[in-house]
Design a protein around this ligand. Structure first.
Ligand SMILES: NC(=O)c1ccc[n+]([C@@H]2O[C@H](COP(=O)([O-])OP(=O)(O)OC[C@H]3O[C@@H](n4cnc5c(N)ncnc54)[C@H](O)[C@@H]3O)[C@@H](O)[C@H]2O)c1
Ligand SMILES: [Zn+2]
Length: 380
């Protein structure tokens, strides 16, 4: 089992990853859980159908009684109604300010449970037990939220968990698309922090399907990047914005296709290729690197060609609604060089030119390449 500590100004907590992490309910987290008058487990329906037994057994072994609330699978749970149902559930089961929640699911379940924990009786502690690779990003850092009909993550708060327990065995049931989604955020963590690590990921022919051992090591590196940034900027005043690398266009692509049609990380991978291309103009990223990144993304099964038929203006509309837009200008996280991010205002005209250039690069690298190799690179 590996672990690291996230330290913010207000709190500090551990992130554990490895087999047997749930044994910590009987040791490190025994006091928190046993001192609680009630423990509530909020579980994503799909994650629960595969794996809830592992969590239940560990809680039983630690003599911790709990009440279970099953949430609709994935993003469906992160709604105002879902949020209200959670609060009603807690009230009907006589939870108090001395109670504790456990989130068992992906980022959606973690965001919702975290926001319920932040608001129930003005705030109670919660533990994150993430079941997706993407949650190496979402479960750490204390951002919690629900979606509104007007937009994603529009209502939420900062509420740090009391601990995060990753059990990598649970990732084996993830659909390939969800593996790709989570691994895109890992690539993001590498790109904004470390050139050598980025190159090693891009050169790994097994990407994005790593062994459990390698995955644990790599995820811990990603979590460390996030932990270091959150430690310096818990409330996204400054450095934390770097974690949005690839997300301005990524979110627009996600909204354009309809949330859930193309996974979040798949859209972020498209967004990162775009940010790399802009970094050629505003930073020192070479066009060779961007091209190799496009080939890497396509070979790893990311649907980057999906934007070929999408008009720039359709995406601009969504980019303008993004929270990262300041006083009407588009603000991007770009790279001076691998591992060295900065923020940059970019005019709409420049954005459009870069978008057209991206599409012609994708055409060159993906379509022309596939014509040459007739699908020999087809490892999805
Ligand atoms: N708080 C943050 O800092 C932060 C950061 C990034 C993303 N997010 C949020 O995270 C969410 C995305 O997270 P996600 O990608 O984990 O999505 P998710 O929670 O929707 O899970 C993806 C799908 O996988 C299923 N699933 C979960 N665990 C499984 C398992 N072990 N085996 C098989 N299926 C399983 C879920 O039911 C769902 O259908 C978004 O709502 C996003 O806004 C939050
Ligand atoms: Zn993301």
């Amino acid at each position: 089992m590996k672990q690291l500590t996230v330290k913010t100004k207000s709190t500090s907590y551990d992130v554990h990853i490895g087999e047997g992490v749930y044994d910590l309910f009987a040791t490190q987290y025994e006091e928190l859980l046993n001192n609680a008058d009630k423990v509530g487990v909020f579980a994503d329906a799909t994650a629960a159908s595969y794996h809830l037994e592992k969590l239940e057994q560990a809680l039983k072994a630690a003599n911790i009684p709990f009440v279970l609330h099953i949430l609709p699978a994935g993003e469906e749970s992160k709604t105002p109604i879902g949020f209200m149902n959670c609060h009603s559930f807690l009230l009907q089961h006589h939870f108090t300010r001395q109670s504790v929640l456990i989130a068992f699911g992906g980022g959606a379940c973690g965001d919702l449970t975290g926001f319920v924990a932040a608001t129930f009786m003005r705030g109670i502690p919660f533990l994150q037990c993430p079941t997706t690779i993407l949650a190496h990003d979402s479960a750490v850092g204390g951002k919690t939220a629900i979606n509104m009909p007007e937009g994603k993550n529009m209502v939420g708060s900062f509420h740090q968990p009391a601990g995060v327990l990753f059990q990598p065995e649970l990732f084996t049931t993830l659909p390939k698309r969800e593996v790709r989604s989570g691994m895109a955020e890992l690539v993001k963590h590498a790109l904004i922090s470390d050139a050598d690590w980025t190159r090693s990921l891009l050169l790994n022919s097994n990407f994005p399907h790593f062994s459990a051992e390698l995955l644990s090591t790599e995820l811990l590196k990603g979590i460390q990047v996030k932990a270091d940034i959150v430690a310096q900027d818990e409330f996204e005043q400054d450095l934390r914005k770097f974690l949005n690398f690839g997300h301005t266009l990524g979110h627009a692509v996600e909204a354009y296709f309809g949330f859930g049609k193309v996974s979040h990380g798949e859209c972020v991978m498209i967004g990162m290729t775009y940010s790399l291309l802009l970094s050629e103009t505003y930073g020192n990223i070479s066009s060779e690197f961007t091209k190799s990144f496009i080939r890497f993304a396509e070979h790893a099964g990311y649907p980057i060609q999906a934007i070929q038929d999408v008009e720039f203006n359709s995406l601009l509309k969504f980019m303008k609604m993004d929270k990262k837009v300041s006083s009407g200008e588009l603000v991007f996280v770009l790279l001076h060089s691998l591992g060295h991010p900065f923020t940059q205002k970019v005019s709409e005209r420049q954005c459009e030119q870069a978008y057209l250039e991206l599409n012609s690069r994708i055409k060159e690298e993906v379509f022309d390449d596939s014509k040459r190799s007739k699908g020999s690179n087809n490892r999805k």
